[in-house]
Design a protein around this ligand. Structure first.
Ligand SMILES: [Fe+2]
Length: 278
């Protein structure tokens, strides 16, 4: 029997636990072809991150691609914008912008962006890579004992007086239903309703755990590359290890509120068949 594969996008894994690359992506189809756009969205949900090399989108095409995942949103007031396209953030190293700590964008708000679409406009000759981590894989690899310890906990995320939110430590992905370990180094300040000594021990462990190399993909940018990431199920870190200028442009897509993930039905009662060798 001949199995036909009608997929438009040719996908290749870029690491063991996160990310795929689209081979020879067709920009026009990603802007106009709803079947191709639906495949791109599915690839993002399945793999958390999609690399689209050498795409060189115009700002209009960049926004149009982002709309494959939902409604593009106007950036926060304090963020630097493209002079002509208010939906596009422009981060230019020449004016001092850095993101060299692990984070998920915008967790100091009750609702975080669902997706980010980033394109490299000016790349330094060497360095300036970005690393992403799969926070679903990070949750999966916790011991059952640790999963029980953080079950139902909430954490404070804080970026200033008008930028605070409380999120479950483990949230449910709104589209896939997968549990996500949802604490990060830049914005998460503490686990609530725990003695500070316990929060101060557990939170740094969780933040360190997310960034284990096994959960990550590191992208060495070329100008014109586009990388799309799921901003619920991943964290990222932009390396500030370069000389020269680095300019990236980003469009965020609107998110939805996320619920806590609870484990009672899976591992209540202690040691189950899923217990690991800990
Ligand atoms: Fe970021």
């Amino acid at each position: 029997m001949t199995v036909t594969d009608d997929r438009i996008l040719d996908l290749q894994p870029v690491s063991g636990r996160i990310g795929v690359k689209v081979v020879a992506p067709d920009l026009d189809r990603l802007v106009d072809d709803e079947v191709a756009r639906a495949e791109l969205h599915r690839a993002l949900l399945d793999h958390h991150l999609v690399v689209l090399p050498g795409l060189y989108p115009t700002p209009e095409q960049h926004v149009a691609m982002a709309s494959a995942f939902g409604d593009p949103v106007v950036p926060e007031d304090h963020l630097p914008k493209h002079p002509d396209y208010p939906l596009v953030c422009r981060f230019d190293s020449a004016v001092g912008y850095k993101a060299d700590k692990w984070h998920t964008d915008g967790t100091f708000r009750d609702v975080v962006p669902s997706v980010a679409v980033l394109t490299m406009r000016t790349s330094p000759a060497t360095g300036g890579d970005t690393v992403w981590a799969n926070c679903c894989a990070a949750y999966d690899d916790l011991s059952n004992g640790m999963k029980r310890l953080i079950d139902g906990r909430k954490a404070l995320h804080d970026q200033g007086p008008d930028a605070k939110a409380v999120h479950p430590v483990v949230v449910v992905h709104p589209d896939t239903g997968l549990p996500i370990l949802f604490v990060n180094d830049i914005f998460t300040r503490g686990i609530m309703n725990l003695p500070p000594e316990e929060s101060n021990a557990i939170l740094p462990f969780l933040i360190r755990h997310v960034s284990r190399p096994e959960f990550t993909y590191r992208h060495s940018w070329a100008e014109g590359d586009v990388v799309v990431w799921d901003n619920r199920s991943t964290q990222h870190y932009a390396l500030f290890d370069f000389d020269g200028q680095r300019v990236v442009e980003r469009v965020h897509v609107a998110g939805v509120p996320m619920e806590a993930y609870r484990i009672e039905s899976e591992v209540s009662g202690g040691d189950s068949a899923t217990e690991g060798p800990w």
